[in-house]
Design a protein around this ligand. Sequence first.
Ligand code: C2O
Ligand code: CU
Length: 507
Amino acid sequence: MIRPVTRRQLLRAGGAGAVGVGLAGVAGCSTLSTSGVSTPQSFEVPLPIPPVEHGRMTGGLRTFALRAQEGTWQFRPGQGPSTPPASTWGFNGPYGGPTLRANVGDRVAIEVRNDLPESTTTHWHGMHLPAEMDGGPHQMIAAGDMWRAEWRIDQAPCSLWYHPHPHGRTERHVYRGLAGMFWLDDPEDPVAEQLPHTYGVDDIPVVIADKSFDDSGELIIDDGGNEVGFLGDLVTANGVAGARFDVTSELVRLRILNASTARTYSLGLADRQVQMIASDGGMLRAPVRLDRVRLSPAERAEILVRMEPGEELMLHSFEPDLGDVAVPFAVGANDSFDVLRLVADQTLSPSSAAPKQLAEFGLDPGGAAVRREFRLAGRQINGRRMDMSRIDTTVTVDTTEIWTAINDDVFPHNFHVHDVQFEVLSVDGAEPGPELRGRKDTVYLEPGKPVELLMRFTDYTDAQIPYMYHCHLLRHEDEGLMAQFVVVAPGEEADPSMIAGQAHGRH
Ligand code: C2O
Ligand code: CU
C-alpha cells in the first residue's frame, strides 16, 4: 500500500496552496482518491463489532469495569502481505473499547483501572454528571491505579462515548485507540421499539478514525506540525480499513462516531440520501433526509440506510465543506474516500419505516439570562491559553445561557462543552441546517461564522472542580485551546483553591 505522505512534505516545503491535486492514487482502488488518504485494495474485512457491556446489577447499581491496557492490533487485515500489527492501547482489549449500555434513570458506577505505562483519565463525553465524575484533566488515574466514577443517568437516550482527557496528552491517548461508545437507552420510549435496535445486527456502532503507519507498521502521529493536527492517510471503521458489513434487514441503523483527532468527514452514499435520526445528545424531532452528514471530531450521527436484497452500497466520505479555510487541502477539505461497504443479503428481514416523530425537546431562548462570547484563535480562547489552576467561567445552576463561539482563524476548530447538551440557535446569524437542530455537545466552527448555542446548566454544583469547554481537534486542545467552568449555587463564587498550583501548560 502506498503511503501518500506528500501533503506533509508539501507543507514542510512551504508549498501550501501551490498544489491541490494528484497527491495520491493507489493502483486498483475502487475510488479515485484525490487526497492524502489511500483507499484499501478491497472492502472484504468483516466490520468488527465492539463487545457490548451492560454491567453488573447489584442493589440498583449498574457497575462496569474498564481496564486501559496496552496491546497490538491489525488495522489492515488482508491488505497486502506485509502489514504487521501495530502497538495500540484499548479498553478491555488491545484497541477501542466495549460499547457500554445503561438505561436512563440507572445509577451507574464505573471502575477504571489504568494498566498503561503512564497516567490517563477516562471522560464520559456528552454525559450530564457531577464535575468530579467527569473524568476530565483533574481526575487523573496514575499508572497502576484505579478510579471509580458514580452517577445517575439523567438525560435523553443517545449515543455518547468515552475517551482519555489528560491535559497535553489527549491526542496521543485517543489516537492509540482509547475510545469506546456509551449508549443510553430508554426502555419505556415507544420510538426505540420502532427503530432498528438489535445490537450488531441492525443497530451498528461505527467508530471512524484515521491512522498512519511507519515502515515497521507502528502508528505514527508526528506529522511535522500540521496546523489542524494529525491527519492520517488510512481511514478505519471500528479499527479496520476496508471493512464490509453484511446487512440482513431492510433498514440498518449506523451510530457513527468521529473518533478522529483532527479530521472532519462528510459521510453519505453516492446515489441516494441517508435518513438522519439522531445527533450527539439524542433523537432529532423528526428524521431528516440528507445528502451528506458532516461530522467533526467527537460528533455523532445516527443514520438509517434502506437496502434492497442483494444490493451493495459504499458509505463514502466526500470532500468536507469546512467553510472558508485558507489552505483546504492541508486541512483535509479535498479528501474523499470510501469508509464502509454495506452488502445486503439475498433475503432481508422486514423493517418498519422510521416513526415520523422521534422526540420532543426544546429550551426557551427567551429564558436565557446570560450571554457569553468565546473567541477561538490559535491556541487561546478569549486571549487565554488553558491553565489548569484557573477557573475561566462561573455559571449559576438552573440558568439558561447563550454561548456564542467564534472561530477567528482561517483553519478548522470545533467547540465542545462538558456536562450539557446544547441546541444550536444560529450559524452566522441564520437558522442552522436540519442536522444541527437536535441536542448536541460538539459543533463545527467554520472560520468567521459565529455559532450561537443555547444551554441550561442543572443539578450539580461544585465551586471547586471545573468542567471543560474546548476545541475537540485534540492537538489544539492539548496545546491550550481549552478553558474551565464551574457550576455554582446561587450567590456562590468559584473557588480555585483546590486546583491552584496545578501544572499550567503541556506536560
Ligand atoms: Cu470528548 Cu473534553 O472531551
Ligand atoms: Cu481547534
